[in-house]
Write a new protein. Structure first.
Length: 80
């Protein structure tokens, strides 16, 4: 069951990487500005999600290959 949840998490994160990168690129190419107190390009806000989702994707893939449950059972340490 956990393997299935790790695979689902990896799939969702991969889709979110693609979607957020497409949104970032469209915003960058349209030169959209946010005009509030400060005026700045909209794509500045869209720079944050793609690397975060990419890191999460990497974590889920690592968990698929090396489940954390197996690593904990091999560990002989009780703490520090």
């Amino acid at each position: 069951m956990r393997t299935m949840s790790y695979a689902t998490g990896a799939l969702v994160c991969a889709l979110l990487v693609v979607a957020s990168t497409i949104t970032l690129w469209k915003s960058y190419s349209d030169h959209t500005l946010i005009t509030e107190t400060l005026t700045f390009p909209e794509w500045y806000l869209f720079m944050v999600p793609p690397p975060i989702f990419l890191m999460l994707f990497g974590i889920f893939v690592r968990w698929l290959r090396f489940p954390p449950e197996a690593a904990q059972s091999l560990s002989s340490s009780d703490g520090f």
